[in-house]
Design a protein around this ligand. Structure first.
Ligand code: UT7
Length: 329
C-alpha cells in the first residue's frame, strides 16, 4: 500500500471587525505609534467586542467558511482539533464546542495548549491521524482571543496582541503534497518568562491575585525575543537540512507573527529573501495560535499546487518548531 499524506484542501480565517489602532493605544497607555511600529512592525490589531462571543464563536466562523470552500457537510468531519490558550472556558475544551455549534456530530477532538506554536503542534497531530488511515476529514483550528487575557494598562504587552485565527482541512492523498515533516521542540524551563501566573491549580484566582493582575499575560520581552530568533532559525534549518531543501526550493516561509524584528532576524540568519516571507503582523499583531493559519488565508490566492512551504513558530512554554509542507491545490 502506498504512503498516505495529509494534505491541506482548504483554509479559512476570521478576524473580528473592531480595529484597535496604535493611535487609540496612545490614549490608553504611555506609548506612541512610532515606537510601536519601529519596535514591533504592528499598525493595528483586531479585538473581539461582540456581545456574548468567545473563542468558539470565532472558530465557528472559520470552520463554516472552510466547510463551504471544501464542499464538506458538517457530518463528514471526523476530527476537529483547536490550538488555543484562550478557549471559552478552562474546561471543557473549545474544539468540541465548535464541533457542536456547527453540527459536526461525527467528530471528536480536543484542544492543544502550546501558545504560539499551537497550530504547528495541532497540524502535526491532525496529520498523524490522517496518515494512519484512521481519519479522513480533520479540521485544525488555530485561534486566540488574546484581548481576554491582556492588561490594557501594561504597555509592554497590550500593544502586541490581537484576536483572530484560521482553520485548515486535512484530507488523505497519495500525491506527495501536504505535511511532509516537522521539527517540534519544547523547553518547559522557559515558563517563567511568558505565562499567566494565576488561574491554574498552582494559584487559583483569589481577590489578591486579581488585584495583582495575575489573570493577565506576563512577558519578559527581551529573553523571549532572543530565544525566539534562536529557536525558530534552528528549527527551520533542521527541517530544511533533513529534507535536502535549499532556500531556492522554498516558495514561502511562514513565520509566527510576534515581532517584525524577530522575523527579519530569522530571515537574515538563514539568508532567506524577505520577498518570500509571509507577513501580516502590521494588520493583526500577534494572534498567538492564530498567526500561521491567518497568514495562509491572507496569501491563499498567491499559493500554487506544489509550492514548498516552511511554517515556523516560537512561543510560551517555551514551545517552538518548523514544519515542511507542500501546498496541495
Ligand atoms: O509570541 C510569543 C512570543 N513573544 C515574542 O516573541 C515577543 C518577544 N519580545 C518582543 O517582541 C519585544 O521584546 C517587545 C516588543 C515585547 C519589547 O521590545 P524591546 O525592544 O525588547 O523593548 P524592551 O522591553 O527592552 O524595552 C525598551 C524600552 C523600555 O524603556 P527603558 O527601560 O529603556 O526606559 C521600556 O519601558 O522601551 C520601553 N517600552 C515602551 N515604550 C513605549 C516598552 N513598551 C513600550 C511601549 N511604548 N509600548
Amino acid at each position: 500500500m502506498s504512503k498516505k499524506y495529509a494534505t491541506i484542501t482548504g483554509v479559512h480565517g476570521y478576524v473580528p471587525d473592531y480595529v484597535l489602532t496604535n493611535k487609540e493605544l496612545e490614549t490608553m497607555v504611555d506609548t506612541n505609534d512610532e515606537w510601536i511600529q519601529s519596535r514591533t512592525g504592528i499598525k493595528e490589531r483586531r479585538i473581539l467586542k461582540k456581545e456574548g462571543w468567545a473563542a468558539s464563536d470565532m472558530g465557528v466562523e472559520m470552520v463554516k467558511g472552510l466547510l463551504e470552500k471544501t464542499n464538506t457537510k458538517p457530518e463528514e468531519v471526523d476530527m476537529l482539533i483547536c490550538a488555543t490558550i484562550t478557549g471559552d472556558r478552562v474546561f471543557p475544551d473549545t474544539a468540541n464546542t465548535i464541533a457542536d455549534k456547527i453540527g459536526a456530530k461525527n467528530s471528536f477532538g480536543f484542544d492543544i495548549n502550546a501558545a504560539c506554536s499551537g497550530f504547528l503542534y495541532a497540524l502535526s497531530t491532525g496529520a498523524k491521524f490522517v496518515e494512519s488511515g484512521s481519519n479522513k476529514k480533520v479540521i485544525v483550528v488555530g485561534l486566540d482571543v488574546m484581548s481576554s487575557i491582556i492588561d490594557y494598562k501594561d504597555r509592554s504587552t497590550c500593544i502586541i496582541f490581537g484576536d483572530g485565527g484560521g482553520a485548515v482541512m486535512l484530507e488523505p492523498t497519495e500525491e506527495k503534497t501536504g505535511v511532509q515533516d516537522a521539527v517540534l521542540k519544547a523547553d518547559g524551563s522557559g515558563r517563567e518568562f511568558l505565562n499567566m501566573a494565576a488561574g491554574g491549580s498552582l494559584k487559583p484566582h483569589t481577590p489578591e491575585t486579581l488585584a495583582a493582575g495575575e489573570q493577565y499575560v506576563y512577558q519578559e520581552g527581551r529573553p523571549v525575543f532572543k530565544a525566539a530568533v534562536k529557536g525558530m532559525s534552528g528549527a527551520i534549518k533542521d527541517v530544511m537540512e533533513r529534507n535536502d531543501l535549499t532556500n531556492d526550493d522554498i516558495a514561502w516561509l511562514v513565520p509566527h507573527q510576534a515581532n517584525i524584528r524577530i522575523i527579519t532576524s530569522v530571515a537574515s540568519m538563514l539568508d532567506f529573501p524577505m520577498e518570500k516571507v509571509m507577513m501580516n503582523i502590521q494588520k493583526y499583531g500577534n494572534t498567538t495560535a492564530g498567526t500561521l493559519p491567518l497568514c495562509l488565508w491572507d496569501y491563499e490566492s498567491q499559493l500554487k499546487k506544489g509550492d514548498k512551504i516552511i511554517l515556523a513558530a516560537f512561543g510560551g512554554g517555551f514551545t517552538w518548531g518548523a514544519t515542511y509542507l507542500v501546498w496541495g491545490y
